[in-house]
Design a protein around this ligand. Structure first.
Ligand code: FES
Ligand SMILES: [Fe+2]
Length: 436
């Protein structure tokens, strides 16, 4: 347990952050416990669990989990761990099965978590093993418009409270079309040597890096999105939503004729325009003017241009496993879905262009957070400090021009709050302005 207050390391009022938060193993142990052990974490999409006994494997922090739909249609999230000697009960990534037999000694569990089979129950256990006490370890599970989340902490607030005003923004993606969304195809998974927070904060608030880090893409003509010059124009902004959730891509609907977002290919950009009428009819004029931009839900789920989404799974203080895939409108034409899949592969993934630009930077930042001299010098997050504003039309806690560290500081403030509080009763969530 870390004894210094984490808040002293995240000095958001002056925009300075201690680098130990990226390199101290004790801080990492504490964040697994107090951030990943107590937050609602994205674990699956309902389209992956459409039939009874469908299952999907994922991680909550470093804990492997299985998300299941039981025979009666109820969603569960279980620790993927046999209660006998702790082996995994399932090695498949997804599928459909009425039960899971552990490959070590054969204990078998149903999709609602009960221990239903024990080899030698009569002969070796003399029927004395209380099977009702040895079912799978279960997390709380809930979903919001297709996104399934789970939480280990019984004291945590409900999912909607945790997401707060993020749902107002998520609807722009999840509810813009009548039949909502579905997962497209499989996913890319790979491990890189950087701290997980560098990825989350980049997606949640780093417009600044695009011109430099991804500048070569613009020069080569691969992307229109990276060429925007830095300006003080307030018609586009980034949004510190509340509860650590962040979003880049807010617009003033009076000034924008078409929804703006980080779409790159002509086909997908045109598709966003084509569905604008339906989106506006469903969500109103303000949210009709928005595309999903880039963002991060606290603590480790991000999207870019929605459909490209990812989990940042911590694998030690200096290692992150990325899971990257598409969540698309079910009603989108097949050729658009295909274009999105191709775009994902080209831009975000182990061999993709933008990914390589980003990952090297995060590796560099992680390395110097560990080095003897480097770690003595704090990080600078002073861009746009004190320039935030609020808006009648946006429920977010604070807005700033897109070139600002406001979102980063917002994420780290919430992270520090969770790291310092011994229980949920001492964590105050931001007030929700927009009730559905
Ligand atoms: S570890 Fe699973 S049956 Fe023994
Ligand atoms: Fe990037």
């Amino acid at each position: 347990m870390v004894t210094t207050s984490i808040k002293q390391m995240v000095r958001s009022n002056v925009g300075v952050i201690d680098r130990a938060i990226y390199s101290d193993p004790d801080i990492y142990a504490q964040e697994l416990e107090q951030v990943f052990g107590r937050s609602w974490l994205y674990v699956a999409h309902t389209s992956q669990l459409s039939k009874p006994n469908d299952f999907m494997a994922n991680y909550m922090g470093e804990d492997p989990v299985l998300v299941t739909k039981d025979a009666k249609g109820k969603l569960h999230t279980f620790l993927n761990m046999c209660r006998h000697r702790g082996n995994r009960i399932c090695r498949a990534d997804f599928g459909n099965a009425p039960s899971f037999m552990c490959t070590y000694h054969g204990w078998t569990f149903s999709t609602d978590g009960k221990l239903v089979g024990v080899p030698g129950y009569k002969e070796a256990y003399f029927e004395e093993l209380d099977r009702t006490q040895w079912g799978l370890v279960e997390a709380r599970t809930d979903s919001y418009k297709g996104l399934v989340f789970a939480n280990w902490d019984k004291e945590a607030p409900g999912l909607l409270e945790f997401l707060g005003d993020a749902v107002w923004y998520l609807d722009i993606w999840l509810d813009r079309r009548e039949n909502r969304t579905e997962v497209l195809g499989g996913m890319h998974r790979w491990v890189m040597p950087f701290n997980w927070k560098f990825g989350v904060d980049n997606f949640g608030g780093d417009t600044y890096h695009t011109m430099v880090s991804h500048g070569s893409m613009s020069l080569a003509g691969f992307s229109q999105g990276q060429r925007q010059p830095i300006s003080t124009d307030k018609s586009r902004f980034q949004v510190a939503i509340g509860n650590g959730h962040c979003f880049i891509g807010g617009v003033d609907p009076e000034l924008q004729k078409q929804p703006q977002g980080s779409t790159f290919n002509k086909e997908t950009a045109q598709y966003i325009r084509d569905i604008n009428e339906e989106q506006t009819a469903r969500l109103g004029k303000v949210r009709g003017a928005h595309a999903m931009g880039v963002g991060s839900l606290f603590p480790n789920f991000s999207w870019i241009a929605a459909p490209f989404v990812r989990n940042w799974h911590p694998r030690g203080i200096s290692k992150t496993e990325m899971w990257s895939w598409c969540i698309v409108d079910k009603d989108a034409p097949q050729e658009i879905k295909n274009a999105m899949r191709v775009e994902l592969t080209q831009r975000f993934g182990p061999s993709a262009s933008m990914e390589q630009d980003d990952a090297n930077n995060w590796m560099g930042s992680t390395e110097t957070s560990r080095s003897l001299t480097g770690k003595k010098y704090p990080l600078n997050m002073q861009m746009g400090l004190g320039r935030q504003w609020t808006s009648e039309i946006h429920p977010a806690k604070a807005l700033n021009i897109p070139w600002s560290d406001t979102n980063w500081l917002h994420f780290y403030e919430h992270w520090a709050k969770m790291m310092d509080a011994p229980s949920w009763s001492q964590i105050q969530l931001d007030p929700i302005k927009h009730r559905q």
